[in-house]
Design a protein around this ligand. Structure first.
Ligand code: NAP
Length: 331
């Protein structure tokens, strides 16, 4: 089965849905291949308090549902399937899902990134109930509480320092006794009286004491092999992110960390745009993803306008050539 559209959008998180809203209102009738499960990282977030327009906050899944309805209202088609391969260097561009091939003149990639996880069962069950992968998003909920951050890179240090604005204390748990983070970040954290360090240690378990919310972490010292329970209300996992770019390897220019290289959402292939966390390893916010989705939709619209103009001027030119060429021989 195959369908052809002017604009396809790969990914149905805030970047993809904002791109769809703009493109649909621009009469492009976009097709969003939203993947399964759809909605991106906000689907596993509870309260979102920093997305503008919601003075009382909004649940992540509710926000995504509203964005999806808004995109539908203006004429977006949703394909609830995963893409399994893409061919970006052919015209039209092809996206192959489990069931069909979608051909398009322009493509916006918004496949996002995933925060790396420790990989213990309680991390999943308590995600959004004291476990978080984003201090900017959730730090505010831990005013006056004791929290911990896992990781030894710049992100862990940045999160730990940021969390001291709200938390009573921040314990940084790292599996080694030296850090990947830059020395300036390490010095800043070491000078901060609210930050404590638990080194050579890993999180063995996250405990809720039957409350349904984090109450402690069980930490194992890898040198002494002893376990200690640390009473905390929040655990921030900051051990890196993986951009969802495996489909594009060998076809698109990626950064050394595997993110799509963009300039104002344009990739190295004309007509292929990228927005959101798949091309942003710095800000990673729903609102920055949405903003980039808007930019990508406008860029795609201008690209398609140019394409149409080129096609009509080529037709005019070839008609002219045909007419002028035909006239003498007929004369
Ligand atoms: P990162 O530099 O890759 O660091 C990941 C950290 O998590 C490492 O310390 C690693 O331990 C630890 N880790 C990985 N897997 C783990 C696991 N399963 N269990 C426990 N610990 C685990 O990632 P990042 O901190 O997210 O930073 C990514 C990039 O963004 C870096 O280049 C960083 O410099 C940059 N960044 C810069 C800033 C800034 O300049 N302000 C802020 C944030 C990020 P090991 O060290 O033992 O491998």
């Amino acid at each position: 089965m195959s369908m052809k559209t002017k604009l396809a959008i790969l990914g149905g998180g805030p970047a993809g849905l904002t791109a769809a809203i703009y493109a649909a209102r621009g009469q492009l009738n976009p097709v969003v291949i939203e993947g399964l499960p759809s909605g991106g990282q906000l689907m596993s977030t509870s309260e979102v308090e920093n997305f503008p327009g919601f003075s009382e906050g909004v649940q992540g899944p509710v926000l995504m549902d509203e964005m999806r309805k808004q995109a539908l209202r203006f004429g977006t088609t949703f394909v609830s399937e995963n893409a399994v391969s893409v061919r970006l260097n052919q015209r039209p561009i092809a996206i192959v899902t489990e069931e069909q091939e979608i051909l398009c003149d322009a493509l916006i990639i918004t496949t996002g990134a995933a925060a790396r996880k420790i990989g213990i069962p309680a991390e999943r069950t308590l995600m959004g109930r004291g476990v978080s992968v984003c201090a900017t998003c959730d730090g505010f909920f831990f005013r006056g509480k004791d929290v911990a951050v896992v990781g030894g890179g710049d992100a862990a240090f940045e999160e730990a320092i940021f969390l001291t604005r709200f938390a009573n204390s921040v314990t940084l748990i790292h599996r080694r006794d030296s850090f990947r983070a830059s020395s300036i970040m390490v010095s800043r954290a070491q000078a901060n009286p609210k930050i404590k360090f638990v080194l050579d240690s890993v999180v063995e378990d996250i405990l809720d004491g039957g409350t349904g919310s984090v109450t402690a972490v069980r930490v194992k010292n890898l040198k002494t092999l002893t376990n200690t329970d640390l009473e905390i209300a929040g655990l921030f996992v900051a051990i890196g992110h993986e951009p969802n770019t495996s489909l594009f390897q060998g076809q698109l220019e990626l950064t050394s960390r595997g993110y799509i290289k963009t300039f104002e959402t344009k990739t190295n292939i004309p007509g292929v745009f990228a927005a959101g966390d798949v091309q942003d390893d710095r800000y990673r916010q729903a609102i920055t993803a949405a903003g980039a989705g808007c930019m990508a939709a406008l860029n795609a619209q201008w690209f398609l306008d140019d394409l149409q103009q080129e096609a009509s001027s080529t037709n005019t030119t070839s008609d002219t050539i045909c007419e002028t060429g035909a006239t003498p021989s007929q004369a």
